[in-house]
Design a protein around this ligand. Structure first.
Ligand SMILES: Nc1ncnc2c1ncn2[C@@H]1O[C@H](COP(=O)(O)OP(=O)(O)OP(=O)(O)O)[C@@H](O)[C@H]1O
Ligand SMILES: [Mg+2]
Length: 252
């Protein structure tokens, strides 16, 4: 099992669009024929299955390995939700137990060889990002999602600091839900201030909510302006990963 690039999708604040970014990033990469794994380690609120219409799917175990759910030949998904009995099963776990299950998700899932493993994290800088940074080493980088308003930016800054502290290079900051409601441009400024790359803006669009709810990645809608912006963001992520390899994984 060889995984070339491992990317964490993080944020300081909840509900800013991490899962939306993770699912659509995995989808666009798979469309480009990369071999992709999407790992949802939001143990308390695993939302990836809902956004891919995989509700009530359960995983199989073969030769002591967990077989991830196959969306296409080159897109595999694993989520805590696949191990729960019903959609509203709550998980009450402490740090060490979470660490154990996250380790299993990485080591005991039959990922096969992958070009990209995209990890969707819960919000904040708690147990899960710490665990994943310890278990997967080295991580290619983090993508930090923020909405444009002040409170979200402050939290995004914490996520940047946390990522750097864990020795995870920041691939870039994405501003999501930009527009008349939350404003525009705040995340770009914050990224400049923190001296990290800003890799793009996704507008606030109710079609994105609908596509998330219906289990269809929004990038399947080619008419959507946000699809174009998102594809440009993905290009920047690919560029980062490829130049990182050329330099022997030394980009910090
Ligand atoms: N650009 C956007 N425009 C409109 N709605 C969006 C946009 N991005 C995400 N959403 C919607 O906002 C809600 C929260 O998004 P999402 O679940 O991706 O956030 P999250 O950061 O993963 O949340 P959590 O912290 O709970 O894991 C979802 O209903 C999603 O469809
Ligand atoms: Mg989420």
């Amino acid at each position: 099992m060889k995984i070339k690039n491992k990317i964490l999708v993080m944020s300081g604040k909840g509900g800013v669009g991490k899962t939306t970014v993770a699912v659509n990033l995995a989808y666009v990469l798979a469309k480009k024929k990369f071999r992709v794994g999407l790992l949802d380690i939001d143990i308390h609120g695993p939302n990836v299955p809902k956004m891919l219409n995989l509700n009530s799917v359960q995983v199989k175990i073969q030769n002591n390995k967990i077989i991830p759910v196959l969306i296409k030949d080159n897109l595999k998904v694993m989520s805590m939700a696949f191990l729960l009995n019903s959609d509203d099963d709550a998980v009450i776990w402490r740090g060490p137990m979470k660490h154990g299950v996250i380790r299993q998700f990485v080591e005991e899932v039959e990922w096969g060889d992958l070009d990209y493993l995209i990890v969707d994290l819960p919000p904040g800088t708690g147990d899960e990002p710490l665990s994943i940074a310890q278990i997967i080493n080295p991580i290619t980088g983090s993508v930090i999602v923020s909405t444009p308003q002040e409170v979200a930016l402050l939290d995004a800054m914490k996520a940047v600091t946390f990522s750097k502290k864990m020795n995870v290079p920041v691939i870039g900051v994405i501003e999501n839900m930009a527009g008349s409601v939350f404003g525009i441009g705040g995340a770009r400024k914050a990224a400049q201030k923190l001296n990290v790359n800003f890799i793009g803006t996704i507008g606030l669009n109710e079609k994105i909510v609908k596509s998330g709810d219906s289990g269809k990645p929004f990038v399947t809608d080619k008419q959507l302006e946000e699809t174009k912006s998102f594809e440009e963001i993905v290009e920047k992520i690919i560029e980062h990963c490829e130049s990182n390899h050329k330099q022997g994984g030394k980009i910090k």
